[in-house]
Design a protein around this ligand. Structure first.
Ligand code: ATP
Length: 331
C-alpha cells in the first residue's frame, strides 16, 4: 500500500470532477493513506503546486461544477524532460501513486508516468463521453441536461415563429452529446461526425416534416460534424448548415451555438453517483498497489481496465439511438 496518494484534474473541466476529488480524498483516508492534491494538472505537478488534503479540504464541493484543483494543459509535460521533472517532484514529496481525473489526453500522460515507476489510475471525466471501456464519463450527463434545458427554451421561440433552429453542441470528434440531446429533445435531425449525412438530406427531412404538419424544426449538430454539401473552412458547421437550409427550403432559419455553457453547472445526480463510485474504486486499486488502470462503469458495474487497452479502443456511438430518433421524427 502506498503511503501517499495524490490526485489531479487535467484537460477540459467537467461537472462531477469535484465529487470525484472529494471521494478520492475521503476514500484514501478510509484506507489509511495520506491524500495530496495537485493543482493545475500536469502543469502544476511540474511546478510543485501541491499540498496535503484533509477530509475538510473537500467539504461543500459535491454540488459544484468545475474543479477546485483547477485544470490546465501542459506542453512541457509532453516532453521527456518535463515528465522527468514531474516524477522528481512526486518523489520529492514521497508520493508513490497518482490518480488522474480527465480525458484521453490526460490518460496518455498518466501512462507515461506509469512507465517511469509511478503507480497511476485514471478516472474518466469529460463531457464528450469519448472514452471507451465506460458507458459514460463524468460530466456527460450534466452537459446533455444543460443542452436539453437550452433546447426546451429554443423550442418555445421556434414554435412561436414557425422557424427552423439549428443548434450546435460540443463534440469536436464525437457526436455523443448531439445524439443523446437530439433524441431526448425530440430533434427532427441529428448531425454527428460518426454518421455520414448530406445537407440536402437534412433539407428533405425538414420539408417532409413540414408536409406532415410540423410548423417548426430543431436540428442538432455536433461541432465536429462535416455534413456533405457544406463548403468551406469553418470553425463549426452550424452557420453553414443554417444558411443552406434557409436557401434551399425557404424556411426562416436561425442558428444557436451553445458553446461553453455546456461545460459548467451543478452536476446531476447521475454524475455525482458515477464520480463517487468510480473514484472509490480508483482508490481501492491504488490501495492494492495496482497501476496503469482506468476505472469505468459498464452495464452498471464498476470495473477497471488496462489503460493501454482502453486508450486503443474506439468508443462506439449508439446507432440504435440514432435510428430511433430518425423513426420518431419522420412521422
Ligand atoms: P478533454 O477530453 O476534456 O480535452 P483531455 O484529457 O483529453 O481532456 P488534453 O488536453 O488532450 O485533454 O490532455 C491534457 C494534458 O495531458 C495535456 O496538456 C498534456 O500535458 C497531457 N498529455 C496529453 N497527451 C499526452 C501524451 N501523448 N503524452 C504525454 N502527455 C500527454
Amino acid at each position: 500500500m502506498p503511503r501517499r496518494v495524490a490526485v489531479l484534474t487535467s484537460g477540459g473541466d467537467a461537472p462531477g470532477m469535484n465529487a470525484a476529488i472529494r471521494t478520492v480524498v475521503r476514500a484514501a483516508i478510509h484506507y489509511n493513506m495520506e491524500p495530496w492534491a495537485i493543482y493545475r494538472g500536469y502543469h502544476g505537478l511540474i511546478r510543485g503546486e501541491m499540498e496535503p488534503f484533509t477530509s475538510r479540504s473537500v467539504s461543500g464541493i459535491i454540488q459544484r461544477g468545475g474543479t477546485i484543483l483547477k485544470s490546465a494543459r501542459s506542453d512541457k509535460f509532453m516532453t521527456p524532460e518535463g515528465r522527468d521533472e514531474a516524477v522528481a517532484m512526486l518523489k520529492k514529496h514521497d508520493i508513490e501513486a497518482l490518480i488522474v481525473i480527465g480525458g484521453d489526453g490526460s490518460f496518455k500522460g498518466a501512462l507515461e508516468l506509469d512507465k517511469l515507476g509511478i503507480n497511476v489510475v485514471g478516472i474518466p471525466a469529460t463531457i464528450d463521453n469519448d472514452i471507451a471501456c465506460t458507458d459514460y464519463s463524468i460530466g456527460f450527463d450534466t452537459a446533455v441536461n444543460t443542452v436539453l434545458d437550452a433546447v426546451n427554451k429554443i423550442r418555445d421561440t421556434a414554435s412561436s415563429h414557425d422557424r427552423v433552429y439549428v443548434v450546435e453542441v460540443m463534440g469536436r470528434h464525437s457526436g455523443h452529446i448531439a445524439l443523446y440531446s437530439g433524441l431526448a429533445s425530440g430533434a427532427d435531425v441529428i448531425i454527428i461526425p460518426e454518421v455520414p449525412c448530406s445537407v440536402k438530406h437534412v433539407c428533405d427531412r425538414i420539408k417532409h416534416a413540414n408536409q406532415q404538419g410540423k410548423t417548426y424544426n430543431i436540428v442538432i449538430v455536433a461541432e465536429g460534424a462535416k455534413p456533405e454539401g457544406v463548403e468551406g473552412n469553418f470553425e463549426g458547421p452550424a452557420m453553414a448548415v443554417g444558411k443552406y437550409i434557409k436557401e434551399h427550403t425557404g424556411f426562416e432559419t436561425r442558428v444557436t451555438i451553445l458553446g461553453h455553457i455546456q461545460r459548467g453547472g451543478t452536476p446531476t445526480m447521475r454524475d455525482r453517483l458515477l464520480a463517487s463510485r468510480l473514484a472509490y474504486h480508483a482508490v481501492e486499486l491504488v490501495y492494492q498497489g495496482k497501476s496503469g488502470r482506468m476505472v469505468g462503469e459498464v452495464d452498471h458495474v464498476v470495473q477497471s481496465w488496462d489503460l493501454h487497452y482502453a486508450l486503443a479502443q474506439e468508443k462506439d456511438i449508439n446507432l440504435e439511438y440514432y435510428h430511433l430518433s430518425n423513426i420518431l421524427s419522420s412521422l
